[in-house]
Design a protein around this ligand. Sequence first.
Ligand code: NIG
Ligand code: FE
Length: 422
Amino acid sequence: MRLLLLNAGPIAHLSSGNPNLPLVGEEMSDFSSLIYESGKGLFIDEGEIVKISDSKSMEDEFSNLKNVKKIDCKQKAIIPGFVDSHTHLLWSGDRSNEMSLRQSGFSYKEIANRGGGINQTVNSTRKATKKELIELGNSRLRRALNFGTTTMECKSGYGLDTESELKILETMNLISKESPVKLHSTWLGAHDIPTNLTKDEYIEELLSEQIPAIVEQNVAKWVDVFCEPGWFSVEDTETIVNEAKRMGLEPRLHVDEFEDGEGLRLAAELEAISADHVAYSSDEARQYASDSGTMQTFLPGTPYVLGKKLDLPLRKCIDNKWPISLATDFNPNCRTISIPFIGSLATHRMGMSPLEALCCVTRNPATTLFSKGDSHVSGSIRIGGPADILILNSKYVDSWCQMPGDNPVEKIISKGKLYNHI
Ligand code: NIG
Ligand code: FE
């Protein structure tokens, strides 16, 4: 499909410098190098942005070509498709009952110890057929696309045995073939300890069975571990990640979600591309991560649903030029798949500007998913780049995160194809 976008409003292209590198510090709020003024047009062919220039000249040049669909943007703002770099897309079941348990005073760990939490979702996900998981996955992806997500990282982790972890990752790969959203798979076998094994027995299974099977079937690019006191220690994490790395998987890790367990420091030592949650990490570890090229990905949806303070140190990271991203952490406990909602938490509650937050859900997370030399890295709008673009329903770029619970997206172009917001 060839698309000609005319009469665009401001375009937050975010393509300054090298788009394969994250934006940090003041770069994230530099309007003049991140936003084109209104009045441009874009031509898209075979999923790629071919030209960006003033609307009138674009109309003269391209509107008479064959098979071109013209879109009058009516001066609405344009931004890159969102890159959600941390989701648990595929699982079955329902844990809505946990809210009232929390309100009766039980913590996340106590609910898990009483048979709720991750292991409860493992029970239902093990029982689900591939067909059921495909339906669940497709319906979630439709909602994510509707909210503007065009690239998504998806973790396994609700199987916790070789067969079920493979089932989840194989299903993800099946879905990925037809999906309008670009999917990137991560193996998270070390998400929790299954109820029938001790931790040592399970780690042995991860090393001797799961890693070889995942690598043999080629169903994931990354390894993730829930590195947190009470789940997998830094020593456990190091053992699992080193073996997975030896077999060819790259680490991106859950760390320091509930307390500072030195997880971020370990992630940086293990050269993880991203360390996620990082709610309680120390400033020293944050500096070390930045020096080591490890992205800090904050997941504000989780403290939000757990009723915790929304005081993630986003401003401090920007002031120190530490690279940061934001993602949904969509999972059975945190059931938002909406990046605009995450943007609302970051801007309405944690002092980020809408443009800074936009960098954190587009270009920055994309640098953790695509290889360094990949010319098709998403997250910015540039000639030769992928046509993953959102037309908002406002003339202001900032509107992307200013409608909590509602949808700021009017039209979505993903993999070069046009979708109207439903
Ligand atoms: O990232 N904390 C570990 N994993 C998920 C939650 C999993 C669950 O509660 O089912 C997270 O928040
Ligand atoms: Fe998570």
